[in-house]
Design a binder for this molecule. Structure first.
Ligand SMILES: Nc1ncnc2c1ncn2[C@@H]1O[C@H](COP(=O)(O)OP(=O)(O)OP(=O)(O)O)[C@@H](O)[C@H]1O
Length: 484
């Protein structure tokens, strides 16, 4: 790289940094200070020819984030260090929608210090292409968006584990369907905040653009609706319904695995929405490449926009979440208590952390000013003991196998022999009764059974136990054993 260019760019960065640091009275700029190095570390100047400066950026996200947040600062830095009339170009590294791994670069015009106007980065994504599934005469309808008011950006604590995903989410919420992040594919482990973030986008869009139709849907509901529609020959209506949505959020998209017909329908909905500049947000417990039994054309579409991972929160983020949650309930703990909580409760997801904080809130409300570090430690120990007794699917399987004297492998097998099939149905029934697991999740843990098999098992046990004395006794005995 040209040494002179490096020096000039360094001076520009320094100018921007200095001005962010000085912006004590401007909270918006102060917020940007935190992301400055994170962002500009990955940006390189690659040429400066005839007042045309080209920056190499890892993806469209960087270009858009720079232009959304640093436009005037960057413009001033270029003017000061290079002179008037500098034109800025971006060279964007990215994966092609075909899913090919090899990065390509693409030159995109950016700001000019004469006319600091934002240029469209990828017109091809924003064109209103003619779409193959257009149905004339579709009218907007009022639907329940399935959004929960408490899952907003305001309640979402940012930290290293989710910084990237939440920054992108906020960008999308400002301009749904008009950024390059379409679809946004958020993935990560259990309870790390994927649903919360996806819901926050929906809420923000609804508040900024009330006329937009936003729909949050679990993939289970999507699959159930599809199956119902297919049975009653209403597949076209099903598709049309989803094609009316402006911002479609589908949670836990990995559950579409192995459902070829639902995938076909999803494919058509996806293409229609994408081609019409509608925003699609998907969450999953796996990265696109790790999702099994899903058509390649769908996996490649997952990669078209942006995949953002949310990881388990680190100490700092856990601490911030705890402080935020407590303060909402008007509770203050001392620093050593907060440190203790954040370091001891190292659950993977945020869900368990919130469970523990709720218990702490309950105890501190009872003990008030007597709630000390020792009492807090005691509370956490008690919780740890109770948590060991948590009823989960493997625990239910163990009890059922013990009771009927069968092996776990037999329980999870496909055999339809009554002496195995009945315990299996009972295990499914108790899994639904005693855990929060979905039908799909239970099916997965019961040896890869379909969610409809689990639904059928639960219905059967419920119905037959009303008249069958033997089954009634099994249920009574097993209930006692599970609760012990
Ligand atoms: N960063 C965060 N700030 C505040 N609350 C959070 C955060 N992350 C998660 N939560 C809370 O933790 C709980 C679990 O989060 P959420 O349901 O979004 O997880 P998830 O990743 O979708 O989980 P799953 O894999 O089970 O679907 C929710 O109550 C959510 O509000």
């Amino acid at each position: 790289m040209n040494e002179n260019l490096v020096l000039i760019w360094d001076r520009c960065l320094q100018f921007m940094r200095d001005n962010l640091n000085a912006a004590e009275d401007n909270t918006d700029l102060k917020k940007l200070e935190n992301s400055f190095d994170l962002l500009f570390d990955k940006v390189q100047p690659i040429s400066l020819v005839n007042n045309n400066l080209t920056l190499l950026v890892p993806s469209d996200f960087y270009k858009e984030y720079i232009e959304d947040n640093y436009l005037s600062l960057l413009s001033a830095a270029l003017k000061k260090n290079i002179g008037k009339g500098v034109k800025l170009w971006y060279s964007v590294m990215e994966n092609k929608p075909s899913g090919k791994e090899k990065p390509i670069t693409m030159n995109v015009k950016g700001i000019s210090t004469q006319q600091p106007k934002i240029q469209e980065a990828r017109p091809v994504l924003r064109e209103n292409n003619v779409n193959a599934f257009a149905v004339p005469g579709i009218k907007k309808i009022n639907i329940d968006s399935n959004l929960k008011a408490d899952q907003s950006f305001d309640n979402f604590i940012e930290g290293e584990s989710n910084k990237f995903a939440s920054t992108v989410a906020r960008s999308i919420a400002k301009r749904p369907g008009s950024t390059a992040f379409n679809p946004l594919f958020v993935y990560g482990g259990y309870g790390v905040g994927k649903t919360h973030l996806a819901q926050a986008i929906g809420l923000e869009v609804k508040s900024a653009y009330p006329e937009k139709v936003v729909l949050y849907q679990s993939s289970e509901k999507f699959i159930q609706d599809f199956v119902k529609a297919a049975k009653s020959q209403n597949k076209t209506d099903f598709q049309h319904y989803y094609q009316m949505i402006d911002v479609l959020i589908i949670d836990d998209i990995q559950f579409l695995s192995g459902k070829a017909a639902t995938q076909d329908s999803f494919f058509h909905i996806f293409d229609y929405l994408h081609q019409n500049g509608k925003q699609i947000i998907l969450t999953s417990d796996k990265a696109p490449a790790d999702i099994l039994d899903t058509q390649e054309r769908i996996i490649s579409r997952f990669k078209w926009g942006l995949s953002a991972e949310i990881k388990s929160p680190n100490f700092d983020t856990r601490r911030k979440i705890i402080v935020d949650k407590l303060s909402r309930d008007g509770i203050e703990l001392t620093d050593d208590m907060l440190d203790y909580l954040a370091s001891e409760v190292k659950t993977n997801g945020v869900r368990e952390l919130i469970g523990v904080v709720n218990a702490v809130i309950a105890y501190s409300t009872v003990y008030k000013s007597d709630f000390s570090l020792d009492l807090l430690k005691d509370t956490i120990n008690k919780l740890a003991t109770t948590q060991k007794k948590t009823i989960n699917i493997p625990y239910i399987q163990e009890i059922v196998c013990d009771y009927f004297g069968i092996q776990r492998e037999q329980l999870l097998s496909k055999t339809r022999k009554r002496e195995i099939a009945l315990p299996r149905q009972l295990a499914m029934y108790f899994a639904k009764e005693y855990t929060n697991a979905t039908f799909t999740k239970i099916g997965e843990e019961m040896g890869g059974k379909d969610h409809s098999t689990v639904m059928y098992a639960c219905d059967t046990i419920r119905d037959v136990s009303k008249i069958d004395k033997e089954l009634k006794k099994y249920i009574k005995d097993l209930k006692e054993k599970i609760a012990q």
